[in-house]
Structures are given as C-alpha cells and as structure tokens.
Write a protein that binds this ligand. Sequence first.
Ligand SMILES: Nc1ncnc2c1ncn2[C@@H]1O[C@H](COP(=O)(O)OP(=O)(O)O)[C@@H](O)[C@H]1O
Ligand SMILES: [Mg+2]
Length: 361
Amino acid sequence: MDLLTGVIQNLEEPVRVLKPGLEIVLANRAAANMQGLDPSALVGSRCDGALPGRCEKCDYCLVEASFEDGSGRRAQMTGIDANGDRWVTEIQTKPILDKRGQATHVIETFRDKSREKRLERQLLQSSKLVSIGELATGIAHEIRNPLSGVRLGLDALKPCVSDSEEGLEILQDITRDVVRLDRVVTDLLNFTKPKPHRPEWFRVEPLFGQVYRLVRKGAHAQAIHIDMSVDPADLEIWADRNQIHQVLINVLLNSVQAMDGGGGIRLSAGFSENINWSADRPDKRGYRIVIKDTGKGIPEEEMHRLFDPFFTTKPNGTGVGLTTSLSIVRKHNGELRINSKPGEGTTAQILLPEGPGEAER
Ligand SMILES: Nc1ncnc2c1ncn2[C@@H]1O[C@H](COP(=O)(O)OP(=O)(O)O)[C@@H](O)[C@H]1O
Ligand SMILES: [Mg+2]
C-alpha cells in the first residue's frame, strides 16, 4: 500500500473516487462500512446499479453533475434509520480535471451531520421553550380571571334568553368556546407549574398495559391495531411513573389522531448499551421507548414547531401535549425525539438514562 492509499484508507470520513459511468475506482474503509460492505466489494462496482436496494441512483446525481461541468457540488441527504432517528449526511464532490479541464474522476466525500443538526435543533427548542413558555404563562394568567367572569355572566344570562331558541343557541356556542379556552389555559398552567419529581424503579410492562387500556377503545373504533413489546419482559426503569404515563398517553393519542383510515401503532421498550445521545455524555447505557405509527406523518416544514406551546394542526387540539412531554423527559435527563415521513408515519423515541443520576443517589 503506498502512502497515499494508506492515508485515504485511514481517513475517518468515507471517501469514494469514481470514473465516468459512475464506476467506483477507489473506496476507503469508512465508505465500505457506511454501506455495510467490504472495501474490495465496492471497487469496480457501479454506484447506482451494482448494489440493488442499497444504493440506487439518486434523483439528482452530484457525481454526474460534476463530470458534466467540471465543478464541485455539495448537498445534504436525510433519511430515517432503524431506530427512527433522522440522519443527515453532507455529500461533497470534487472533480479531478485533466489539462483540457475535463473531469477524469470525481472524489466523493460524506460527512455525518446528524448529531450536529440534532444539537442545533435542541438548542433552538430550549430557548424557544423558555421564552414562549414564559410569555404564554403570563398571558394564561391574564386570561383566566376574566374568563371565569365571562362564564358566570353566561350562566346569569341564560334565564334572560330562555324564550328565544336562537338566543339559547348563541349562548351555548359561546359557552362551548369559553370552556375550550378554559381548558387550553388550564393545560398550559398545569404544564408550567412545577410538579414534584418522584422517580422510582418500576416495571414497564404493566405501565404499557395501563396506557393501552386507556387508548384501546378509541383506537379500535378507528380500526387501529396496537402491538406492544417489552424486552426483556420484566424490564424495569428508573423514572417518575405518573409522568412517563402522561408522556406515553400524549404521544399515543397523537398517533391515534394521526390515523383516519386505520393503521398500526407499535409500542416498544428496551435497554440499550449504547444510546446515541445528542450531546457528549459519559453514560452510554439507557432505555429506549419507541412509539411508531403508520399515520399521515408530519410535513417537514412543521417539524421544528412540534414542541412549541400551542402548536397544533387539529381543530380541537391544544398544542401542549408534546411541549409537556418534552419538559417531562428533559426533567428525567432524557431526550424526546420525533421523526416522521409524510404519508408513511411517525416515530417518537423516549430515551431515558439507566438509573438514578448523581443528585438522586
Ligand atoms: N404521531 C403524529 N402524527 C402526525 N402528527 C403529529 C403526531 N404527533 C404530533 N403531531 C403533530 O404535532 C402537533 C402538536 O402535537 P401536540 O403537542 O400533542 O398537540 P395537539 O395534539 O393538541 O395538537 C399536532 O397537532 C400534530 O400536527
Ligand atoms: Mg396531542
């Protein structure tokens, strides 16, 4: 192995060199690992055709574009991995030009930006949560008092319009809206009110059973099948049981509400030796609870608003379910991730640390 090949082989970033016709003439170990292959299997194969199912020609091929005009390209690709985590890879191409300026080869490098992107999103979420949360609580308090005045007033008005059917109807409509407003305000104040955090060891399976019984009726009415798995069956986790119960209900209800024409929900829990936390942290072990649905999914442009208080796309939604869930999971020093493919479904992951943190021991 000459020095140059040695250097390329040992680069941490995947590198491939292609010649016209998309044939791979050189690929380092990282590139082979990325595709789950042996480096020798890559060389000589075509990027688009040789590996059916693994690497199809992209809608827009950067390599072809670089061969065509002799200039470099950069693009991001995203997808969802087996855990339901979104991956983001930056692909960059650089042509090697001959004397006439024609590209003889194209070097293709890949950079995993998943973690960076996730951290960016989390930071943004945190700051939004604090500022919107504070603002919203202030407004909620302001609304609450006059609202109870309005309710009392409506009750008092009832006898005055009792002989007018139209008057009564209008009064009913107003009352319904006021009740809804009151619910939103109460939900919001509940969410910002500090709650006691009482973690304990408890078994996950009975908790799953409990939440299942709560959503079962609604789910069956909509032809939604729910299946559950806990591995190992007697898995215990360290958390505040009531709060995790609430998170599961919030997330499950969202799944049920995302499926009009029936579908499936998979609820699973397990232990992992190697949780891919977004931030660098010393503890790698933890629990992963996954709720995967085959609902309508979430459009890309809505993804960054999911955890905003009051963000809802439902006529009767309050938009505090995910906000509350996120703050609960964060209090557990865990992470709540939601990823989705519009038209295919949504996966929510609740990641929790292995056991009591320093402060709790
Ligand atoms: N599993 C899911 N499938 C599709 N959309 C979802 C899902 N979970 C959450 N959403 C979207 O996120 C929004 C916010 O959810 P949430 O905070 O629970 O509030 P709400 O359920 O009251 O609308 C929902 O209105 C919906 O648009
Ligand atoms: Mg909800």
